[in-house]
Design a protein around this ligand. Structure first.
Ligand code: CU
Length: 120
């Protein structure tokens, strides 16, 4: 009987130990790896809104053309990318950022439309 009681107590300690290890793993896992996010940038009245943005590695940006009838593009000209297709009202342009750095861009048909993505 005494043996059984001590076994139950040991079991109880073991369960608490395992539970505390599991919760430490969950908490540290959440802190260490931020989930990749998708961030929206609007295009309206010949502006990228916001024009400058800071994101984390692995995040994705979706540019949404919110104009009534004007097409635009998102062109990372300085990084040597070819000029992408224009996209029209209601359409989007999506890009994922895997590397840290500064990524300035412009609109192909409207060189005065400038934006910058900073990836941490
Ligand atoms: Cu444009």
């Amino acid at each position: 009987m005494i043996q059984l009681r001590s076994m139950l107590q040991n079991n109880d300690i073991m369960t608490r130990y395992i539970l505390s290890i599991i919760s430490i793993l969950i908490i540290s896992g959440c802190a260490a790896t931020a989930q990749p996010k998708t961030i929206q940038i609007d295009i309206l009245k010949f502006k990228f809104i916001p024009a400058e943005i800071t994101i984390n590695k692995g995040d994705t940006i979706v540019w949404v053309n919110q104009e009534k009838r004007q097409y635009h593009s998102v062109w990372f000209e300085e990084s040597g990318a070819p000029e992408p297709d224009y996209f029209f009202p209601g359409e989007t342009f999506t890009q994922k950022f895997n590397d840290a750095g500064d990524f300035p861009y412009r609109c192909g048909p409207h060189p005065e439309m400038l934006g910058k993505v900073t990836v941490k």
